[in-house]
Design a protein around this ligand. Structure first.
Ligand code: ACM
Length: 503
């Protein structure tokens, strides 16, 4: 028997027994089942192998897909590959994830294409398996975001957090505040062109994500990270507040300091704030949240809350208490970066996103715990292991280093329930963010995201322990993803510690 951890699968399934050899694939293999996942399978096999699975009526083997809620927990599936393939999803998402597993079992050898024979039963550890794309520091158009959704949902991620506003630009059409996109969207970091999503663009992204079982979480970062709002509506923001680290960092990078009302293209943080004591600010927040809620079928709106160094603490607390309440009043669940937990009366049930380190510093752990005390829960985006924009090595050309240098092994070897002193049940799962200061193209993004997103996917999906749930197994299994990424034109960093396969 071949052990599960030598199968070409990431994330590691809950249970997998390898069979003997492969089930050959040819134009006479038929797909049976009318779910969207069946069409997605046919399409993906055609793109990868050139084989059109339905092109012959003379069937020699078949792949059947069906749903039966009793086979696994939600999002789970069973997959049996022998002389036929039988895939049973607990639900549509389970079928989709079973198809992703089947596509990893699809391999080419000297005899042609075939599926590695196996018996698999699988379901996720965490319901929250997220990635974040920062479209503010650099903008990525609809097709690029769709490609990002394709490549991350293939690793069984099920949430896409879009960071839609920051000092460098505003990226989403808001009808009641039209100058946001008219005046504050055209710029990006490093003087690169910006852009924004029309409401139709955004809906297209949401629909593409939904078809791949990904929930979109839109973020409007408040009350800091708001310089761009002031380019459009100066009356909503305070003048930039200079702090020592902003000045030092700007000097080091040769980036000009922010100037009120003018686009800011540097990377400095903590200088901007909306006006906390103007009622107009809350009209703005409500309008933006309402319009976002109207075009967002998922239950969450993210209101930011990180690095508001230019907002006095009492003002910050007042603002986030009101902003979290506004999100609930507009029918959604607020999500916020962990600093928001400093405020005593955040709306009950607000979800916190921890972005501190594996050894929490200062007040970070207490702030995160406060979300749980208020009946909420936590998403773990532990910066020194899960941030996808940190460099792999000190001399890697892309990425930053402020949280850590994160090689693939470091990205893999952490445990989301061991960082904070909260009950395991308060941890919804993880999210791996990609901040885009240094990524000037989607290819740049992909080289930071892959392969480390696969490590985060395994942490989020796979059981905490079990045969194969370790670095030695992971690095070998990870290497088998290379042909899939290559055929999908997904760029990745060919990290030296991984034995990359050619087919
Ligand atoms: C963050 O990295 N400022 C959430």
């Amino acid at each position: 028997m071949v052990l599960p951890h030598s199968m070409p699968l990431v994330p590691l399934p809950a249970s997998a027994i390898a069979g003997d050899g492969r089930m050959p694939l040819s134009v006479t293999t038929r797909v049976i089942g009318d779910s969207p996942a069946a069409a997605q399978l046919i399409d993906a096999v055609l793109r990868r192998s050139g084989i059109h699975l339905t092109s012959s009526a003379e069937q020699t083997s078949e792949i059947s897909l069906r749903i039966d809620a009793s086979v696994a927990a939600p999002e789970g599936y069973t997959l049996s590959v022998s002389d036929t393939v039988e895939l049973v999803g607990a639900d549509e998402a389970g079928l989709f994830y079973g198809v992703q597993t089947l596509l990893q079992l699809l391999r080419q050898d000297d005899e042609g294409w075939g599926f590695v024979r196996a018996e698999i039963a699988d379901a996720p550890r965490f319901g929250r398996r997220g990635v974040m794309l920062d479209v503010t520091r650099h903008f990525f158009d609809v097709d690029e975001v769709k490609k990002f959704i394709d490549s991350t949902s293939a690793l069984k991620f099920n949430h896409l957090h879009l960071h839609l506003s920051d000092d460098q630009g505003w990226r989403i059409q808001i009808d009641s505040w039209p100058k946001l996109t008219e005046l504050a969207s055209s710029t990006a970091s490093l003087g690169d062109p910006g852009g924004f999503y029309s409401k139709d663009d955004y809906r297209e992204i949401v629909a593409h994500a939904a078809a791949r079982h990904m929930v979109v979480i839109p973020e409007i970062d408040l009350p800091g990270h708001t310089h761009a709002i002031g380019v459009a509506y100066p009356e909503l923001v305070e003048d930039p507040v200079m702090n020592d680290s902003l000045i030092a960092e700007s000097e080091r990078l040769g980036q000009p300091l922010p100037v009120a009302g003018e686009p800011y293209l540097g990377w400095g943080v903590g200088h901007s704030s909306v006006r906390i004591h103007e009622e107009r600010t809350y009209e703005f927040v409500r309008d933006v949240v309402r319009e976002l809620a109207e075009m967002t079928p998922g239950p969450y709106i993210h209101i930011g809350g990180d690095e508001s160094l230019g907002t006095p603490q009492a003002d910050f607390d007042h603002f986030v208490e009101r902003a979290t309440a506004i999100v609930f009043e507009e029918g959604k669940i607020p999500v916020a970066w962990h600093e928001v937990g400093a405020a005593k009366d955040i709306a009950e049930g607000t979800i916190g996103q921890y972005w501190g380190k594996t050894t929490p510093e200062g007040s970070h752990a207490a702030e995160a715990a406060h979300f749980v005390e208020r009946g909420g829960a936590l998403i773990m985006s532990t910066a020194d292991v899960a941030y996808l924009d940190m460099k792999y090595t000190a001399d890697y050309p892309l990425g930053l280093t402020w949280a850590a240098i994160i090689d693939v092994r470091t990205a893999y070897e952490w445990e989301p329930t061991s960082v904070l002193d909260v009950p395991d049940s308060a941890i919804l799962g993880i999210e791996a963010p990609l901040w885009s200061e240094t990524t000037r193209s989607l290819s740049d993004v992909e080289r930071l995201v892959f392969p480390r997103a696969a490590a985060q996917a395994e942490i989020a999906w796979s059981a905490r322990t079990g045969p194969g749930r370790d670095w030695e197994s992971f690095r070998v299994r990870l290497g088998t993803l290379a042909p899939l990424w290559k055929s999908g034109q997904v760029d990745f960093h060919p990290a030296e510690e991984i034995p990359w396969s050619t087919r």
